[in-house]
Design a binder for this molecule. Sequence first.
Ligand code: FES
Length: 117
Amino acid sequence: MEAIAINTDKLTWHAACRVEDIPQDGGACALIDGRQIAIFNFARRGEWYATDNECPHRQQMAIGRGMIGSQGEEPKVACPFHKRTFSLKTGHCLNDDGYRINTFPVKVEQGVVFVGV
Ligand code: FES
């Protein structure tokens, strides 16, 4: 399943982990190209997302441990430290305009989670 449709011409897909490595309706962190990427299995919505693991507020490597949920139709993750909340689709901070994280496309094939970087 591909969670986000984007132009894949400039992407490299990285096999990050297996589906069972990420808790349902939760996240975990993978090291991809030397970069910490948070991967989320949003099982309630049947969607997968990937973002920077680093929160830009105080540079904590914590986003992968954040609570996920929805704000209207928008899937979101809250940093566990000071609750800055980011859209899992766009990376924009929903409760503080000054912050943003990168998002990455995810696809799952034969039980393997791939992240496009
Ligand atoms: S470090 Fe993430 S909200 Fe402060």
